[in-house]
Design a protein around this ligand. Structure first.
Ligand SMILES: Cc1cc2nc3c(=O)[nH]c(=O)nc-3n(C[C@H](O)[C@H](O)[C@H](O)COP(=O)(O)OP(=O)(O)OC[C@H]3O[C@@H](n4cnc5c(N)ncnc54)[C@H](O)[C@@H]3O)c2cc1C
Ligand code: FES
Length: 299
């Protein structure tokens, strides 16, 4: 019997492909939209999944960088939307049409949309909007309503507003410096939104639940960890399920280096905060999307 040299989940080549850059555009200062060819043999990516991209042509930087699927714009083209942060993203922003990229993916799990849901509330902090556009598209395709609470430091950090409006998404905007939308944190806007929505529902005598007690509204969030923690706390206060997409630091992207571990609560409900039995999970392999209740936010 042949002996496998590598465990199947560690086989780096299983998702690897080379692909051409179709287009790259700076959509706001420091933010780039990159359209990449999706070869026919590569699995179609789903909303919430990500790619590990080797940003340069030589060995430096050695490590790939993780980027979420932003949009699948046709059968053979997908997009990532990214912010220039450090060396790797700067190099990527200088790559041009026709150049080849070495990519691993699609990786990780995806956002699920239960059939009983009527509505999604999406909460995005800055570049956190990147994976949420394709989720909004999927909700709208299923004729479900979508609200987006979108925040950034300033006006230039507010992305995708037109595209989301075209989809029929109701958008609420805040900026920390007050240069666009309401002044303040995106979590403050989210909190106010929940207050208004729940009092309107109470006034109408409506229910947040379906006849078989399943919640009709679900929250999906992506952004920095402190923002995700606050969104998760607020969702719990208003008895809403919340799914978060993490952007932890990564190295291998395939579960081999343990560099992206997050501490989780014990698996069986009720989720006991910090209780015994919680385990570390890998954002790259077990996520990047998690049920917020599963996370030990203080861990
Ligand atoms: C699942 C996932 C999806 C992501 N999707 C997007 C996206 O769609 N758009 C986008 O702009 N950014 C996204 N990020 C963050 C993005 O990967 C980092 O901004 C990027 O790796 C920074 O690389 P750099 O070389 O420019 O920065 P540097 O700070 O020079 O990076 C140094 C090292 O730290 C790692 N690193 C630094 N910051 C982060 C971070 N926030 N998250 C993960 N690794 C980091 C880099 O991979 C690299 O190994 C995502 C991260 C994850 C984990
Ligand atoms: S990045 Fe290596 S285990 Fe997740």
């Amino acid at each position: 019997m042949p002996i496998l040299a590598t465990r199947p989940e560690f086989r780096m080549d299983s998702h690897q492909f080379f692909s051409s850059i179709k287009e790259q555009e700076e959509v706001s200062p420091g933010y780039f939209l990159l359209s990449i060819e999706l070869p026919g043999h590569v699995k179609r990516p789903q909303s919430g999944q990500f790619f590990m991209i080797k940003v340069g042509m030589d060995k430096d930087p050695l490590l790939r960088r993780p980027f979420s699927l932003h949009r699948l714009i046709s059968e053979d083209t997908f997009q990532i939307l990214y912010r220039v942060k450090g060396k790797g993203t700067k190099i990527l922003s200088e790559r041009r049409h026709g150049e080849k990229l070495d990519i691993l993916g699609p990786l990780g799990g995806y956002f699920e949309i239960p059939s009983y849901l009527d509505e999604a509330i999406l909460v995005a902090g800055g570049i956190g909007v990147a994976p949420l556009l394709s989720l909004a598209e999927e909700f709208r395709r299923l004729r479900k309503s979508v609200k987006l609470i979108l925040g950034g430091k300033g006006k230039e950090d507010i992305l995708c507003e037109k595209e989301l409006e075209t989809l029929g998404v109701e958008i609420f905007i805040s900026t920390e410096d007050g240069s666009y939308g309401r002044k303040g944190l995106v979590t403050e806007l989210f909190e106010d939104h929940l207050k208004v929505q729940s009092s309107e529902l109470r006034a109408k005598g409506s229910e947040l639940k379906t006849p078989n007690s399943k919640l009709k509204t679900q929250v999906y969030a992506c952004g920095p960890r402190p923002m995700l923690k606050k969104v998760s706390d607020l969702a719990r206060t208003y008895s809403l399920f919340c799914f978060v997409s993490f952007e932890e630091r990564m190295a291998c992207g395939v579960g081999a280096c343990l560099g992206c571990a997050v501490k989780t609560n014990p698996p069986s409900p009720p989720f006991a905060k910090g209780g015994k039995g919680g385990i570390y999970k890998m954002v790259c392999k077990d996520g990047p999307v998690f049920n917020a209740e599963e996370i030990d936010w203080d861990g």
